[in-house]
Design a protein around this ligand. Structure first.
Ligand code: C2E
Ligand code: CA
Ligand code: CA
Length: 747
């Protein structure tokens, strides 16, 4: 029956006039038919097939035929065809395997995976390989002689069933994908309205309809359909947003929605569909869609799946919105909180208009005191008043957030968000509980222009600027500068590294001998802390001591140095250096710690170090702060027998009488003045004055940083009794120190 190679035109010529020449390009008549494509180069097969199947109807849907008379023509037609349920395909056409190649084309190139394919061939012996049947998802393989009218009928019926099932499976898979996408988008959208609107567009997409519909939520304590509000509306219904359903001027819609909610079922009308989404105890949802025609069974089933899944989604959205409110909004002021501000900042930074934007942190001065003095309730009212004023006085083109107890974040254009405008809001008193309360605020600002960090970084930087502003003065402001941030972040990194180094024993103490200038013999040593990092580099104490002070680690660290030095002192005494003094640096932070004296006594007691041979070095700047406390503390220290030196002497401006009151034992001439003495030929230098001062007050004097012989000689000539410096010895580890004492120490 099949003629292997015949051009398509020939077949058309031989067509029986009584058979209606099928118009292969006739548009598909919607979703109401099963479309069957016949591809065969034998016109008789076409007519025989349409005759055999012509009055087949499945689920009230008739068949519609498409005809192609060659593989080439089929390819052409398939370009614009979708929704073909069954393809009856001749294997041998232009080529021996034209049909099989066409199958590959249908499945792979056109991506038509749902259409069922029934292969037909005239030659009984000519069977395609099993592989091809499996690989290309071919439904059936029949020789033409096998396909009697009845056989053809049952084969096509089975194929349509199978097509329908595949469609349903794929459709619900798509539905599930939609739900997955919906919930992902939901996270991004955050908000019931957005989600609900998404539901409508997705259903419309699923049914290949224009989004024409609305979704309403029923909020009720009881089970009546009261409080039915539209929360999403698309297409014609857009104007109905947030309207009570009862106000909708279309009884058909109102009735359909209520029926769906009441019966808790989907309602499929002739030209509309009302869907029910079972919510939790307090909420049910219903959607109305203008479908224009009744939905077929697949679409209906699909919607059932969709609705039950979406219900979970809607419930989650409600939950998520509520959680969202908790997570992102401050419950007191209802303003976005810190987390939300970071998000907004992130969006701003990613967007095009970050350039002019400024983030300001506005901190209410002395809020904690006010809160303590007048109570939390008053404090809350105060915060509300500040929030309200900032919100009303500034434009609405900015974001106001509450980022901390008494700190607000203001994000917006620099024209609006600047210290002058913000601080102006605090000039007038706030009226709280009938009282006028005058407040002031401090502002830290960061410009988002060219900002590279994240939203969180920007907030951190604004925080840094705020702290800086507070340090300087209250009711002031400070703009963040890059160096500030690097500085602080670097310090934080170093703080962690220092802590780790201390815990892992990578800190150690070295000792730098101190010399009697008259005899050039060692009389003691200064204990100096060292940090050798894992890669072997040394970090200067000038860098890490301030960090240890800043982080409080200095308390532990300082005690440890004291113990090490005292233990070493005891060991040195054990091997005969009984006149040896040990100088220990004490930081201001350590000194001010309430347990300092206790710690010092404990160290002396535990190590058995003789206090008379222990000296504490405190800096001159430290000696100048809180004089009366210091005088008292120094007296207590002196009672233990420990002596005191003033380090870096000459850099501060201690008054003489104060120095006398402090009852210190030794002055340490700062290295800067020692370096100076060789430069100035003139006799009177600061070093000289310090030496004289020491003599007049009866204090010992030591010059530090003596690097060359000339300096040593001048100092000796000026009557400086002691010196320390690279000329005599560098700071050394314990073992080296012992060696040095044996040889150079010339004991
Ligand atoms: P400082 O107390 O003034 O210590 C003297 C510093 O001068 C030491 O630096 C020492 O190595 C250095 N030096 C000694 N002789 C010479 C010299 O001839 N020429 C020059 N150019 N430098 C000399 P280092 O060890 O780097 O210590 C720096 C600062 O770190 C110390 O200044 C002290 O303020 C602090 N520091 C060191 N160890 C401790 C400690 O255990 N506790 C506390 N609180 N501070 C410490
Ligand atoms: Ca020192
Ligand atoms: Ca010094």
């Amino acid at each position: 029956m099949s003629s292997p190679v015949s051009p398509p035109g020939d077949d058309l010529i031989f067509l029986d006039e009584t058979v209606r020449a099928p118009d292969a390009t006739a548009p598909a008549s919607g979703g109401n038919v099963w479309r069957v494509m016949i591809i065969d180069d034998d016109a008789d097969v076409h007519s025989a097939t349409t005759f055999a199947l012509g009055n087949l109807e499945m689920q009230h849907r008739p068949l519609e035929f498409l005809h192609a008379y060659s593989a080439a023509q089929a390819r052409e037609m398939l370009k614009d065809e979708q929704d073909i349920a069954v393809i009856l395909l001749d294997v041998v056409m232009e080529q021996e395997d034209a049909g099989l190649q066409l199958v590959r084309h249908i499945r792979e190139t056109e991506g038509m995976t749902e259409a069922r394919i029934i292969l037909r061939t005239g030659q009984p012996g000519y069977a395609p390989e099993i592989d091809a049947i499996r690989d290309f998802d071919i439904n059936d393989y029949k020789t033409k002689s096998e396909l009697t009218r009845i056989k053809l009928f049952t084969t096509v019926t089975a194929a349509i069933r199978s097509y329908e099932q595949i469609r349903a499976i794929n459709a619900s898979r798509r539905g599930l994908e939609l739900i997955v996408r919906a919930s992902t988008e939901l996270m991004a959208q955050q908000g019931l309205e957005n989600f609900a609107a998404g539901v409508i567009t997705q259903i419309a997409g699923l049914l290949s309809l224009k989004p024409e519909g609305l979704l309403c939520v029923q909020e009720s304590a009881n089970n009546h359909t009261d409080n039915l509000i539209v929360i999403a509306a698309a297409g014609h219904y857009a104007g109905l947003m947030y309207k009570p359903v009862d106000e909708i001027n279309d009884p058909r819609i109102v009735a359909a929605l209520k029926e769906a909610l009441h019966t808790r079922r989907n309602i499929y009308g002739a030209d509309y569909t009302a869907l029910h989404f079972a919510g939790n105890a307090r909420h049910d949802f219903a959607a109305f869609l203008n479908t224009g025609e009744p939905l077929n069974e697949i679409d209906q089933r699909l919607l059932e799946v969709f609705c039950s899944n979406i219900s979970v989604g809607l419930d989650n959205v409600l939950l998520v919105s509520r959680l969202h409110n908790f997570a992102f909004y401050d419950p007191l002021t209802k303003l976005p909180n810190r987390t939300r501000l970071i998000e907004i900042l992130g969006e701003k930074l990613a967007g095009p208009d970050a350039g002019e934007a400024i983030l300001a942190l506005v901190d209410i001065d002395h809020f904690a005191e006010t809160n303590d003095a007048l109570g939390h309730q008053f404090g809350d009212l105060l915060l509300l008043a500040v929030a309200a004023r900032l919100k009303s006085r500034l434009d609405d083109a900015f974001t106001l957030a509450r980022v901390g107890g008494d700190t607000f974040g203001v994000l917006g254009d620099g024209l609006l968000v600047n210290p002058a405008t913000i601080l102006l809001q605090f000039e007038e008193p706030f009226r709280i509980d009938g009282q006028a309360v005058q407040l002031s605020a401090t502002v830290g600002l960061v410009r988002l222009a060219d900002y590279e960090g994240s939203g969180a970084d920007a907030l951190k930087d604004a925080d840094i600027a705020l702290k800086r502003a507070k340090l300087q003065q209250r009711a002031g402001h400070f703009y963040f500068s890059r160096s500030m941030g690097v500085d602080i972040r670097e310090r934080v990194r170093m703080m962690y590294a220092l802590r780790a180094a201390f815990d892992e024993g990578r800190l150690f103490v070295v000792y730098q001998p101190q010399i009697d200038l008259a005899t050039r013999l060692p009389m003691g040593a200064e204990a100096l802390l060292r940090w050798k990092t894992e890669d072997g580099t040394f970090i200067s104490p000038d860098r890490f001591i301030p960090i240890a002070e800043y982080s409080g680690l200095i308390i532990e660290l300082g005690e440890w140095v004291m113990r090490e030095a005292c233990e070493e002192l005891v060991r040195l005494r054990d091997i005969g250096y009984t006149d040896f003094m040990m100088s220990i640096n004490v930081s201001q932070v350590q000194f001010r710690h309430p347990h300092f004296l206790e710690t010092l006594r404990a160290v002396i007691r535990d190590t058995g170090a003789p206090p008379a041979f222990v000296e504490l070095e405190i800096t001159e700047s430290m000696a100048m702060e809180e004089p009366y406390l210091l005088i008292k503390l120094l007296e207590q220290i002196k009672q233990t027998g420990i002596s005191i030196a003033i380090d870096d002497f000459g850099t501060g401006f201690s008054s003489l009488s104060y120095l006398q009151q402090l009852k210190v034992d030794r002055l340490k001439i700062d290295r800067a003045f020692v370096t100076e003495i060789t430069g100035s030929a003139r006799g009177s230098s600061i070093a000289e004055m310090v030496i004289q001062l020491g003599r007049n007050l009866g204090l010992s004097v030591i010059a530090e940083g003596v690097e060359d012989e000339r300096q040593a000689q001048i100092l000796t000539a000026l009557g400086c009794p002691q010196a320390q410096g690279f000329l005599f010895a560098r700071p050394m580890a314990v073992e080296q120190l012992k060696d040095w004492l044996k040889t150079d120490g010339l004991r």
